[in-house]
Design a binder for this molecule. Structure first.
Ligand SMILES: NC(=O)c1ccc[n+]([C@@H]2O[C@H](COP(=O)([O-])OP(=O)(O)OC[C@H]3O[C@@H](n4cnc5c(N)ncnc54)[C@H](O)[C@@H]3O)[C@@H](O)[C@H]2O)c1
Length: 343
């Protein structure tokens, strides 16, 4: 049984909490840490979100110990896994301390706001006994898993073009609206768009160059980005991410993948399942796994700990690369779309 210290009981902390509850034979949250008294006591009635469990409810936490100070959780010898679900500027300090204390660490994306912070986390991980993974849930999301399998096994021929998109109204659910302060969240380009950056990296590896257009809003936040990557001569890769739409739109994610022999399309907001279109044939709706990527990432990380293996489906180095590419896109956008080499 893997004993989990969950730090941060906001939107994503609650979603992680739900997954551990489902995986009760293998893991148990033993400590719940949050600066907010109601949240660490299981009152999540004021906690919103954009995906997964969006409705806050009160929970009976039973024997789970509430805690105010994350340092106590990290130092607790009865905790095996530290799950970091606090705002991004705290990721580095908590991850490094937890790795140095010998714990396994699952840390939310984006890995950090700067490459220096990412590198400090990688360095601590390289000396640590514990396993370390950034929670890149989209790599584990069933529709994206299907797309990656089709890309990898070539069942529809070579991929010619891919459009990845993540679209949102301006988020209004983070505690004290920290998401809207770019010095804390990195804006949409880091907080939202990094999911698609990371997924594209999982398909193509590091791009030679990126070009992007976007704009900053009043608070200086880069909240819209349209990017094109140079990955291979025979593939057009376009990524877009924004959270500047008006209230009422909600949240959407999806992709359009043009393979030589089929188009694989999915759009969360359409309500239609992932569909494969082939000339002269009925559209195909493949059966996908029932669990979302939050479950998939946590189940996978637990299995890595149980097997004593470093995660391979999503490595911390790749998560660092995702931050590097998102930052390169931001530099390109600032330069009016000039190509930028991220590495
Ligand atoms: N994978 C995803 O799809 C996804 C979705 C949302 C957020 N995230 C990431 O998860 C992280 C948290 O985002 P969120 O949306 O859950 O934010 P949130 O505002 O909903 O929750 C953050 C929680 O952290 C707590 N907190 C802040 N500082 C603390 C401290 N020093 N000690 C203890 N608790 C503290 C706050 O009280 C709050 O309850 C961010 O890095 C964000 O980018 C990932």
């Amino acid at each position: 049984m893997i004993r989990v210290g969950l730090i941060g009981a906001g939107f994503i902390g609650r979603n992680h909490f739900n997954q551990y509850a489902r995986l009760g034979q293998r893991a148990k949250v033993t400590v719940l840490c949050d600066q907010d008294a109601a949240r660490r006591a299981g009152d999540w009635s004021g906690v919103g979100g954009n995906l997964g469990d969006r409705q806050g409810t009160r929970r009976d936490l039973g024997d789970i110990r509430p805690c105010t100070d994350w340092r106590e959780v990290v130092a607790d010898p009865d905790v095996d896994l530290i799950d970091i679900c606090v705002p991004t500027p705290l990721h580095r300090e908590i991850a490094v301390a937890a790795l140095q204390a010998g714990r396994h660490v699952l840390c939310e994306k984006p890995m950090a706001l700067t490459l220096a912070d990412c590198d400090a986390m990688l360095e601590a991980a390289s000396r640590a006994a514990g396993r370390f993974m950034i929670a890149q849930c989209i790599r584990f999301w069933p529709e994206y898993v299907y797309l990656r399998e089709a890309f990898t096994d070539g069942r529809f021929g070579p991929l010619r073009a891919l459009h990845l998109r993540r679209q949102s109204q301006t988020p209004d659910y983070s505690l004290n609206n920290w998401l809207l302060r770019p010095e804390l969240s990195g804006g949409a380009v880091l907080d939202l768009h990094v999911h698609d950056v990371d997924f594209a990296l999982s398909l193509f590896g590091r791009p030679q160059a990126v070009c992007a257009r976007g704009y900053r809003r009043a608070a200086g936040s880069l909240d819209r980005i349209h990017a094109s990557w140079t990955v291979r001569q025979d593939v057009v890769l376009q990524l877009e991410g924004f959270w500047d739409l008006h209230a009422g739109f909600g949240f959407n994610m999806g992709f359009t993948a043009a393979f030589e022999q089929a188009s694989v399309c999915w759009d969360l907001n359409s309500g239609r399942p992932l569909t494969v279109y082939r000339t002269g044939q009925e559209p195909l709706v493949p059966a996908l796994g029932p669990d979302d990527g939050y479950f998939g990432e946590i189940e996978y990380f637990l299995s890595c700990i149980e097997r004593g293996e470093a995660p391979r489906a999503s490595t911390p180095q790749e998560s660092r690369d995702a931050v590097a590419v998102a930052l390169a896109e931001a530099r390109s956008a600032a330069a009016g779309g000039e190509p930028v080499a991220p590495f």
